[in-house]
Each structure stands twice: as structure tokens, then as C-alpha cells.
Design a protein around this ligand. Structure first.
Ligand code: NAP
Length: 285
């Protein structure tokens, strides 16, 4: 890993909690100039009080994306070392119970807003001749598990655009990396439950039993283990993606992410499906 990089600027989305907040804290401590974004007034105040340059950015609003980018570039004289696309959420629910509205909302945040932001930043990175773009995907960006179809498809799509972007940015010194994490201890599950309640009608669904397990899973607090890690494990990989001379295309985190990446590479699809079904245990996991 390269030596500590002083006062390089980074824009991070979704810093109100979880991975975004952990990475923002860690990078600030490391000497980065962190533009930490949030959506609610209380979160922006909290981030300001922590000493970040805090801005409003809602990935569902093109206007807010543009004004946050304009403000960052104004403050940095048109330069930005890195973008960490972190903000996002998971829409639970069986594929056949997902409305167009629910899938659209999921894609607005996890894909469309994220890529719109990325595309606003790239011209400045091209001009300065360097940059790092880090996408917080998921191991669910390369394997599927039941009852997470909207989220999984948004992350698969993010991976598709990111892999393409990396090829198109070849030779520009703008490096693009994907974070492929398994479960991390954050508010992700609590926030997912809100979207489950908002968009999924459980009553007449053939999946109503699985939904009972799903609701239990989303309300349980998991202990830290090799399956579920603290967000500081993501921070470690983000630091590598920012500071390594040759950042990796993909950074795996947690045992399930390594395991499923290996399974996907070597196993026939029908065996992989059986393993994934076992891993999900009818929606209990
Ligand atoms: N936790 C995991 O197990 C896990 C595993 C793999 C990947 N990830 C990915 O990690 C990222 C961060 O999630 P987390 O686990 O840290 O969960 P989290 O604690 O729920 O944090 C999610 C963050 O995303 C923000 N966000 C949601 N919708 C947004 C929008 N429309 N515009 C801007 N920001 C928005 C949230 O802001 P508000 O508070 O304003 O809603 C919050 O700051 C997500 O992309 C998620 O897919 C998580």
C-alpha cells in the first residue's frame, strides 16, 4: 500500500450511518479532506459537528446531486481525488411481489443516482489526470439469494456499468474498484424492513411464510462473526482502493463473499443454485 496521502479529497454518499460514516471517520483520521453527504438536516448537522465538510445529497434527486458536486468542486478548485459511491438500501421481497414502483425506486437510488453522480465527476478527474472511483456493491452483485431480487438486480447492474466504465477509462489513471461485501453490521437491515413494509403486500403472497422468517431476520441483531463484520473491514479495503498504486477491480469482504466468489468461478450453475438455496434456508437467512 502506498504511503499515507495527505489532504486528498473524497466525496462520500450516505454518511448518516453504517459504512459511509465509518469510512468518512476513518479517512478523515487518515488526513483526507472528506466531503460527507447526508439527506436529513440532523445528519448534516451531525456530520458538520464531527468536523466534516458536510453536504446535502439525495441520490433520488438530480438537482441535489448536481448542486453537491458543484459545491465540492467550487471548494476544491475543480479537483477531486476520489468518489466513494456508498449510499443505498435493500428492497426485500420475492420477485413476483415486486411492483414496478418498488423496482424503480430501488434502481433510482442504487443505480441511476449513483451513476449520474459518477458521470458528473469523471470529466474533472479526466482533466486533472487521475482519480479513484469506488463502488459499494455487494456479494449480491454477483450471486443471487431469494427475496432480495430488487436489490440484487440493482447491484448486478451497478457491476455491469462499473466493469464497462473501467474498460473505457483504461489508460486515464482513473481507477475504478468494486467493494464486494457480505453482511456488515449497520442499519441496512432496519432500513430494509421499512422498504419491505412500504412496498410488499404479504397477505395474498405465495411467499407469506418466508416473509415471516424474513421479518424475523430483519429485526434480529446479529453478533459479529466471520459471516458478519464491523464496517471498519470495509474501511480497510477502501483505503487500499484509494492508496494502492494498482487498486484491485474487486475487494471481497466477509467469508460468504470469498466463498460465493470462488463457488461462482468453479461450480456449474445448478450446483451453485442448490448452495444458494441452502444458504438462504427458505428466507431465514
Ligand atoms: N450492511 C451490509 O450488510 C452491506 C453489505 C454489502 C453492501 N452494502 C452496501 O453498503 C452501502 C451502505 O449501506 P450500510 O450497510 O452502511 O447501511 P445503512 O446504515 O442503512 O446506510 C445506508 C446509507 O445510504 C443512505 N441512502 C439511502 N438512500 C439514499 C439516497 N436516496 N440518497 C443518498 N443516500 C441514501 C442512507 O441515508 P439515510 O439515512 O438518509 O437514509 C445511509 O446513509 C449500501 O450501498 C449497501 O448496499 C451493505
Amino acid at each position: 500500500m502506498a504511503k499515507h496521502l495527505n489532504k486528498k479529497s473524497i466525496l462520500i454518499t450516505g454518511c448518516s450511518s453504517g459504512i459511509g460514516l465509518e469510512v468518512a471517520d476513518g479517512l478523515k483520521f487518515r488526513g483526507y479532506r472528506v466531503f460527507a453527504t447526508g439527506r436529513q438536516k440532523k445528519d448534516i448537522e451531525m456530520l458538520n459537528n464531527k468536523g466534516f465538510e458536510s453536504l446535502y445529497l439525495d441520490l433520488n434527486s438530480s438537482k441535489s446531486i448536481k448542486s453537491a458536486v458543484d459545491e465540492v468542486l467550487f471548494r476544491t478548485d475543480g479537483t477531486l481525488y476520489a468518489l466513494f459511491n456508498n449510499g443505498g438500501y435493500g428492497q426485500p421481497g420475492a420477485v413476483e411481489d415486486l411492483s414496478r414502483e418498488a423496482i424503480r425506486a430501488q434502481f433510482e437510488t442504487n443505480l441511476f443516482g449513483t451513476m449520474e453522480l459518477t458521470n458528473l465527476v469523471i470529466p474533472f478527474m479526466r482533466k486533472q489526470g487521475y482519480g479513484r472511483i469506488i463502488q459499494n456493491s455487494s456479494f449480491l452483485g454477483f450471486v443471487a439469494l431469494p427475496y432480495r431480487g430488487a436489490y440484487i438486480s440493482s447491484k448486478y447492474a451497478l457491476e455491469g456499468l462499473t466493469d464497462t466504465l473501467r474498460l473505457e477509462l483504461g489508460g486515464t489513471h482513473i481507477h475504478v474498484s468494486l467493494i464486494e461485501s457480505g453482511p456488515i453490521l449497520t442499519k441496512h437491515k432496519t432500513n430494509s424492513l421499512k422498504f419491505f413494509k412500504k412496498y410488499i403486500s404479504t397477505e395474498n403472497s405465495p411467499h407469506s411464510l418466508a416473509y415471516k422468517f424474513l421479518e424475523d431476520r430483519l429485526t434480529q441483531i446479529e453478533p459479529q462473526s466471520i459471516f458478519t463484520l464491523h464496517p471498519n473491514k470495509v474501511l480497510e479495503k477502501v483505503i487500499d482502493a484509494l492508496e494502492s498504486r494498482k487498486p484491485k477491480n474487486r475487494y471481497y469482504i466477509t467469508f460468504p463473499a470469498y466463498l460465493f466468489a470462488a463457488c461462482k468461478r468453479v461450480l456449474p450453475n445448478f450446483i451453485l443454485d442448490k448452495i444458494l438455496l441452502m444458504a438462504s434456508d427458505k428466507g431465514r437467512r
